[in-house]
Ligand binder design. Structure first.
Ligand code: ADP
Length: 464
């Protein structure tokens, strides 16, 4: 069922129950008070008749009959029967059999002094009256025509108000439900129009405060994230194809020139060497792109085991020293590290090696001194490894951009590179639940530090 219909029905049903109960209470209390009031009148009448017959010497049954016949204050359809103490009828002012006083009724009056009951359309009241002339039982019956009419009228009015109010509540409920839910229709229609080609479109946010507005705002935020990640992807693809196209164009150009006329063996060799370099560069970039894609996934897809970080670092440093013979690399361990357990992390050795290679390559590439100082430190359960060079540094406005794929700082564009290394470093370190920080001053040097959580062995945790 539609929400608007459900809301209307629920609202109307609640009001209907509430109205019904209150109207019923009004009707019943009015009916009770009418009954009590009429019984009071019957009681007064019974008392008066009893008094006249018992207390006043001069009045006997005959006189009472005459008084009663012409009494203008008689109740409608009023009937009076009087019995003496031996259940003999002393007085009756009607000839029909519409009223009968049962033995039960009589016994109740004898036992309790008074009693009443309803014999439709009559209400009968019985009273035991004692005086100097003895004891009598007076029964007065009458019909409360006026009171009953008023009760019926009240019933009709309440029923009318009930039906009209319910109709009004139903219409009002539908109106408010429509008003509250119409914006959702708008949102649905708008969302239906949004596709890949117009991810920059947004849904109407209404007053910005109510729940529907919050839904719209949340949806717009999601669209914003989708839009920006879609843009990033587009730029990424554009950058990647640009980076691949450059060396491919260079290769094609060189080969075309070579094929124009016959060349010497030396020229062929030189061209092949250059083509080979370009192909190596393309290959390296393709590998890095693949790695970048793989490390964007969660850590579950990489085999993480307990590894000792300094082992990997030493290994990579040695490789670097072989590759770049003029590279000066100093490794220092902070005095905080007094236990090899503090050098253990949960991770993937291959990936950590890629991190170190990239940071060491950069420190070498972007400095003329070809020198790097590595500091391994540990604070509480965080391990940090900083790579400090005295190189070209990075301008303040570019520091946060160097981690973006394909971004290369202004002052190094003449150096070879694709701008993927740091993105890869950041991805890998994030996969290891860590983060990378950078400190750099132009023409002074840069320090790239990776922070990783130490992985204590289950045994040492239990001992601590
Ligand atoms: P690449 O080195 O291939 O350009 P990276 O992603 O490794 O790609 O680096 C991105 C950019 O960050 C570099 O182009 C350079 O501008 C800057 N950068 C990285 N490391 C250093 C460093 N140690 N010193 C100065 N700039 C650096």
């Amino acid at each position: 069922m539609e929400i608007r219909r459900k809301l209307t029905y629920q609202f109307s049903a609640t009001v209907a129950v509430l109205l019904f109960l209150s109207f019923l209470a009004i009707y019943l209390s009015f009916s009770e008070s009418r009954k009590a009031e009429f019984i009071d009148r019957l009681k007064s009448k019974a008392k008066l008749v009893g008094q006249m017959l018992i207390d006043i010497e001069e009045i006997d049954v005959e006189l009472l009959r005459k008084i009663e016949q012409n009494n203008p204050l008689n109740l409608s359809n009023e009937k009076v029967i009087i019995y003496d103490d031996w259940n003999r009828q002393l007085f009756v002012n009607f000839a029909d059999t519409s009223i009968s006083i049962t033995t039960y009724f009589m016994n109740q009056v004898r036992a309790r002094g008074e009693w009443r009951y309803v014999q439709h359309p009559y209400e009968i009241y019985g009273l035991q009256y004692s005086g100097p002339k003895g004891r009598i039982f007076v029964f007065v019956a009458a019909t409360d025509i006026f009171g009953r009419k008023k009760l019926t009228m009240l019933g009709n009015i309440l029923l009318f108000v009930f039906v009209v109010s319910l109709a009004f509540v139903f219409i009002a409920g539908r109106f408010f439900a429509n008003q509250a839910l119409n914006p959702i229709e708008g949102i649905i229609a708008r969302v239906d129009e949004i596709g890949i080609s117009n991810l920059d479109a947004r849904v109407e946010e209404g007053n910005g405060k109510d729940e529907i507005a919050k839904l719209a705002i949340t949806f717009n935020n999601m669209l914003q994230r989708l839009d920006s990640s879609f843009r990033i992807q587009k730029t990424f693809i554009a950058n990647a194809s640009h980076e691949l196209r450059n060396p491919l164009t260079a290769i094609t150009g060189q080969l075309e020139v070579m094929l124009m006329t016959p060349r010497s063996a030396e020229e062929y060799r030189n061209t092949l060497k250059s083509v080979h370099e370009d192909i190596v560069s393309i290959n390296q970039m393709a590998n890095n792109l693949l790695l970048l894609a793989q490390t964007s996934l969660d850590s579950a897809s990489h085999n993480f085991v307990r590894i000792r970080i300094d082992d990997i670092l030493w290994h990579t440093v040695n490789e670097m020293k072989v590759k770049y013979s003029d590279y000066q690399i100093n490794i220092n361990f902070s005095t905080n590290i007094d236990d090899e357990e503090n050098l253990m992390i949960m991770g993937n050795e291959q990936l950590m090696r890629i991190v170190f290679v990239n940071l060491l390559e950069n420190a070498y590439k972007y400095s003329d001194k070809k020198k790097v100082s590595i500091l391994v430190d540990q604070q509480s359960d965080q391990l940090s490894i900083g790579f400090a060079d005295e190189g070209y540094g990075i301008a303040d406005d570019e520091i946060n951009l160097v981690f973006n794929p394909f971004y290369r700082a202004r002052q190094v564009v003449h150096r070879k590179g694709h701008g993927i290394g740091l993105s890869l470093v950041e991805n890998i370190v994030t996969l290891h639940q860590g983060y990378v920080s950078v400190n750099s001053r132009l023409n002074v040097g840069s320090t790239f530090t990776i922070h990783l959580p130490v992985h204590q062995s289950p045994g040492s945790l239990a001992n601590s």
